[in-house]
Each structure stands twice: as structure tokens, then as C-alpha cells.
Design a protein around this ligand. Structure first.
Ligand code: SF4
Ligand code: SF4
Length: 374
């Protein structure tokens, strides 16, 4: 299908603004230059994705779905990219000095005034843009498909080709005005729409993000070893976390923002007033003791509709125990002693490690070789 409505690009951008997006643009599908996706099979083969099996999804021919749109939507001619700012006017999570509290990634703080998973918040807006487009085109043959985060597409790459920003040394997409606190959603369409232009890379000689990463997760600029990244370790990794990585995790219990916090392009990033993204106190700086002792019932109730549930109860308890070990606060020792006998062997082993880190060397339970099981 070719574009017989030159005003459609304008309509799409207008519809996106009216739906509440902060930015929208159009990328060709597939991008003329696939340099950013060419790395993907090698990155997967090197095990950089860890346990994130969804990244390794393959089609019937055994091709990685995320490596090319041709594999999953050969009919797609354009990708509409929409961005929603989730930054709120709050300090960095690591600025919380209370050793009894953990750090949570900015994107997962939300739900204070209105509980909502960000996937739903973005998808609901995408559907409005999609409906406007379909109504304007009026052709039942028109193909469209919306994705937020979980689709077989690398949204950041299309966002770059839509003109939203550049793929930075910390591997995030950065917009010169909005910074990098952005949720992305895409609409694949069989329409040929006029694409945007990728902006220049504005990282220059800066290396702040690379230098600040506490677990040395960047083997080189523009490359991330997800298996060393605190976001992966606290959210996606199940079971034991390698001992060598635990001290660098600090009091992070869900995600990590450090390589974005230090980025100069986020210094003046605008803040949103969307009620869905205003922080919930218990997610903003959660009480570590509360997290480590969560019952199944409490976990289900407290994290319904929150991104934090992705870490699962066992993962959040494990992360809280590591954070206690890194807190320097010996008041956690009695609880850690109790948790060292926890019915969850992962919580028990990490509690023993945390006790030792806090200076209690009695009853040390050795971990399984100190290596990740993944
Ligand atoms: S999110 Fe944290 S751990 Fe991951 S690369 Fe950035 S600074 Fe490093
Ligand atoms: S901190 Fe510096 S190098 Fe890293 S993404 Fe920001 S501008 Fe680029």
C-alpha cells in the first residue's frame, strides 16, 4: 500500500499529541541501514542476554525475530514511534541515604494516584493513534500492529530512525530536549509514510555513564553486557547472583538508573504530571525489612499492576537481602540470621552472604562456587 494521503504524517503526530504522547515520529521499515540490528545475533550468541529468553525468540526458519521486521511483519512499510515521558520531579533513587531503604528504578515508582502498569498506559494511547489512522485511511486492507516493550522489535532502533534521538554510549535512546526517561511504543503499518531523520550522536567525548557503572557492565561504549547489569540481575535473573557482582549492587532492589542519572542530557529533563507515574511511597524507597519478609499474599496484593512484580517474590526478597548486606547497617543482623534459615534456599544463601558482609562471620554458608547459575 502506498501513501496516497501526504497529510497522514501530520495526522499521526497530531493524534499522538492528543493521545498524550510527548513525541511521535515515523521510521521506515526496515531502516535503510541496519547496523544497529546487525550486532544482535552475535550479542545473543555471546550470551549477553542472560536468561532473557524472549530476546532469543525465533521464527519457523530459526531466525531471530528481533533481528529484522522481515521475520515477523513482512508487510510493514513504516513504524510509527511514540514516546511518553515518565520522569517525575523527584531526586535520584540513590540519593536516599536511609540504609533501611532500597533503591528502585524510576520507571517503576508509579501508581500513587492511579495504579497502572506502564504497558497499559502506553498501549491505551497507541490504540487511540491507531484508531485515528485507520479512520483517516478508511481501507479495511490496511495492516497495523501495536507493541509496547514485549513485541519482536527493538524499539530504540526504530526510534532513532524516526528522529527521536541517538543511541547513546549507555545504550539508551536520548532525546536532546526530553532526555532518556521515555517509554516507547510502536505501531507497525503497511502504509508508506515519510520517515524522519536520525539526529546526530551528541555523546561526544563524555564517558560519565561508562565510568559510573558499579558493575562494569559496559565492555565498550555503546555495548551492554546485560548479564552484569543490575537491572538484569534484580529483575530478570532468577536464583543465585554471582558473589563478585553483589557488592556493586548497592541497595538496588529493582533496576538501576545510575548510567542515566549521571547523563548530562537528563539534567534538565522535563517532569511529567501524569498521575499514573507519580511515585508510590512503598515503591519509591521501599523498606528493606518489609521486602525481605513479604508473604505470598502481601506480594500479590502490594504489587498488583506494578512493574515490580516481574522480579517475583523470591527475586525481590533476594534483592532486599543483598541490599541489607550492602547497607552497612548491623541492625539487620538478627533478621538476616533468621532468613539464613529461610525455606527459600536462594534467600537463605544470600542472607548468609549479607551477614558476612556486615561483619558477622559465624555460620557462613558457602554459595555454589560464587558463580551465577545462569
Ligand atoms: S543500569 Fe546500572 S548496572 Fe546497568 S549498565 Fe547502567 S549503571 Fe550499569
Ligand atoms: S553520560 Fe555521556 S556518554 Fe553516557 S550517554 Fe550521557 S552523554 Fe553519552
Amino acid at each position: 500500500m502506498t501513501n496516497c494521503h501526504p497529510q497522514l504524517e501530520t495526522l499521526v503526530k497530531q493524534a499522538a499529541t492528543e493521545a498524550g504522547f510527548d513525541w511521535a515520529g515515523i521510521a521506515p521499515a526496515p531502516p535503510a541501514e541496519l547496523r544497529e540490528l546487525a550486532f544482535f545475533p552475535g550479542w545473543i550468541a555471546a550470551g549477553r542476554a542472560g536468561e532473557m529468553a524472549y530476546l532469543e525468540a525465533r521464527d519457523a526458519q530459526g531466525r531471530l525475530k528481533r533481528a529484522s521486521l522481515d521475520h515477523v511483519a513482512p508487510w510493514a512499510r513504516s513504524v510509527i514511534v511514540c514516546a511518553l515521558n515518565y520522569n517525575t520531579a523527584q531526586p535520584y533513587s540513590t540519593e536516599c541515604r536511609d540504609p533501611r531503604r532500597g533503591w528502585v528504578s524510576r520507571y517503576a515508582w508509579g501508581g500513587a494516584e492511579k495504579p497502572a502498569d506502564y504497558h497499559d498506559v502506553v498501549m491505551e494511547r497507541l490504540r487511540r493513534v491507531e484508531a485515528r489512522l485507520r479512520a483517516a485511511v478508511g481501507d479495511p486492507q490496511l495492516q497495523t500492529r501495536c507493541y509496547v516493550d514485549t513485541g519482536p522489535v527493538v524499539e530504540r532502533v526504530f526510534a532513532k530512525y524516526a528522529g527521536l534521538g541517538w543511541l547513546a554510549k549507555n545504550t539508551c535512546l536520548i532525546n536532546q530536549q526530553l532526555g532518556s526517561w521515555l517509554f516507547l511504543g510502536v505501531i507497525l503499518t503497511s502504509l508508506e509514510l515519510a520517515p524522519g531523520l536520525p539526529p546526530p550522536d551528541r555523546c561526544g567525548s563524555c564517558t560519565r555513564c561508562l565510568d559510573a557503572c558499579p558493575t562494569q557492565a559496559f565492555p565498550a561504549p555503546y555495548q551492554l553486557d546485560a548479564t552484569r547489569c543490575i537491572s538484569y540481575l534484580t529483575i530478570e535473573k532468577r536464583g543465585t547472583i554471582a558473589e563478585e557482582l553483589r557488592p556493586g549492587m548497592g541497595r538496588h532492589v529493582f533496576g538501576c538508573d545510575i548510567c542515566q542519572d549521571v547523563c548530562p542530557w537528563n539534567r534538565h529533563a522535563p517532569a511529567t504530571s501524569l498521575p499514573e507515574f507519580q511515585p508510590r511511597p512503598e515503591f519509591f524507597h521501599p523498606d528493606l525489612e518489609w521486602l525481605a519478609t513479604l508473604s505470598e499474599e502481601e506480594f500479590r496484593r502490594a504489587f498488583r499492576g506494578s512493574p515490580l512484580r516481574r522480579a517475583k517474590r523470591s527475586g525481590l526478597r533476594r534483592n532486599a537481602v543483598i541490599a541489607m548486606g550492602n547497607s552497612g547497617d548491623a541492625r539487620f543482623l538478627p533478621l538476616l540470621k533468621k532468613l539464613a534459615g529461610d525455606e527459600d534456599p536462594v534467600v537463605a544463601e544470600h542472607s548468609a552472604w549479607a551477614r558476612e558482609r556486615l561483619g558477622d562471620h559465624s555460620e557462613r554458608v558457602p554459595s555454589r562456587g560464587g558463580r551465577s547459575q545462569g
